[in-house]
Design a protein around this ligand. Structure first.
Ligand code: ZN
Length: 417
């Protein structure tokens, strides 16, 4: 290894001097290896650090500040990819400055995950099969195997683990990070997961090295005490590929998320004139009222459709529509309501009836099936840029302008004369 990893001894070190020892290229950007660094590369599920590199020599007239795009590990070496198109040379002196806010956020989340997973193991067993640290949440996938003490994971168990995890935060326990040169030496230590690294092993635990549930091999960066995590909050549990996925957040992000969700809850409370204590009962009461209203509305619509049917059939038999085909225009009833009306009218119609839905410039053609409504629409609607379709007893034609709609009905009438 060409780089001394200063973050291994001190994760709170934000700056250091360094010299460039090697320069290559990654995705068209210069990628440099330093003799020592405060920048942690991606690893152990933890994202890479960001920061800046200040060129200090040789013969630098003015110091230049270069942003770090990403820090990756390749063949055991730490490559720092830089946003820079100027000259760089081996042996050049630099000063590295860490984006501390990002690092602290990463450490809070990562350390929070150690605590939550450890507590879960202590209480319920199982194996943490995967850890994901995303932009919006973190997840762990627990498989109930090996040390599992339960045969399923419930939301109550997650809440219990969450509460006990926060107790560990309040207890302000030290994070214990130990480096081992050999597998033999490290594997003697109590830990919750078998070792899968052969050399240069780091064991991370909290509280005591005797807690096997708290200890695991990890190459990430950690806070010095559990208290600095601040808060651990779980918010969702789902079964996933034979495992259980728990969504949670830790640190400042957990607090911000909690704050945002409380805002939403308060806003909802204002709309329902409720506090957080009675918001659910008020919502249920509102939902019940809405259900009742929907039922009343559907009964009213049925009644209107039945009355409209009788009125239209009576008007036809009294000859109220004159020589033309009956046209009825509607504003308030929906297209679905008009379809219901069409179906109810169909068996009693001798020729054809137009039901016009004004808001959508749509006309429904209704017949008893002897005149094929679908065919009439198919053959004539496109003449006026209309579209639509249907079957022999009921079809709809939709137009872009009201004038087209009326001309279309005229044309159909002439056809049938
Ligand atoms: Zn770790």
């Amino acid at each position: 290894m060409k780089t001394k990893r200063l973050f291994k001894e001190n994760t709170y070190l934000c700056e250091c001097d360094a010299k460039i020892v090697e320069i290559s290229t990654v995705d068209g950007h210069p990628a440099v290896i330093f003799d020592q660094t405060v920048f942690f590369p991606e690893g152990g599920g933890q994202p890479w650090d960001l920061g800046t590199v200040v060129l200090t020599s040789p013969a630098a007239k003015e110091s230049q500040t270069i942003p770090v795009i990403k820090v990756i590990e390749s063949d055991g070496e730490i490559l720092n990819v830089l946003d820079y198109d100027g000259e760089l040379s081996v042996s050049q002196s630099c000063h590295l400055i860490l984006d501390w806010e990002r690092r602290f956020d990463n450490m809070q989340r990562h350390t929070g995950e150690h605590i939550f997973t450890g507590v879960f193991d202590r209480e319920f067993g199982g194996t943490n099969r995967g850890f994901h640290i995303g932009d919006d949440y973190m997840t762990i996938d627990i498989a109930l195997e090996g040390r599992a003490k339960v045969d399923k994971i419930t939301w109550d168990m997650v809440k219990q683990a969450e509460l006990l995890s926060n107790e560990i935060v309040y207890a302000d326990l030290p994070m214990i990070v130990r480096h081992f040169d050999s597998f033999k030496e490290a594997s003697r230590e109590p830990m919750r997961k078998p070792l899968n690294v052969e050399e240069d092993i780091t064991l991370v635990g909290f509280g005591s090295t005797e807690y096997d549930w708290a200890c695991v091999a990890c190459c990430g960066t950690h806070l010095k005490s559990t208290a600095q995590v601040g808060l651990i909050k779980a918010f969702k549990l789902e079964a996933n590929k034979g495992m259980y996925r728990i969504y949670f957040e830790a640190g400042r992000r957990a607090f911000i998320k909690y704050q945002e969700e409380m805002e939403t809850l308060h806003a909802l409370g204002l709309k329902l004139s409720a506090g957080t204590d009675d918001i659910l009962s008020k919502y249920d009461a509102q939902a019940e009222k809405n259900k009742e209203k929907s039922f009343q509305l559907s009964m009213l619509k049925k009644e209107i459709v039945a009355r409209e049917r009788s009125r239209i059939l009576e008007a036809i038999s009294e000859g109220s529509y004159g020589l033309g085909l009956p046209i009825e225009r509607y504003e308030i009833l929906s297209l679905d309501d008009l379809t219901q009306l069409g179906r109810a009218l169909s068996p009693d119609i001798k020729k054809l009836v137009f039901l016009v839905h004004e808001p959508s410039t749509t006309v429904l053609l209704v017949s008893n099936g002897k005149i094929d409504c679908g065919k009439l629409v198919k053959e004539n609607a496109s003449i006026y840029n209309g579209k639509g379709g249907g079957n022999n007893i009921l079809a709809r034609a939709i137009f872009t302008k009201k004038e087209y709609l009326d001309t279309f009905m005229d044309l159909i009438e002439k056809h049938l004369r």
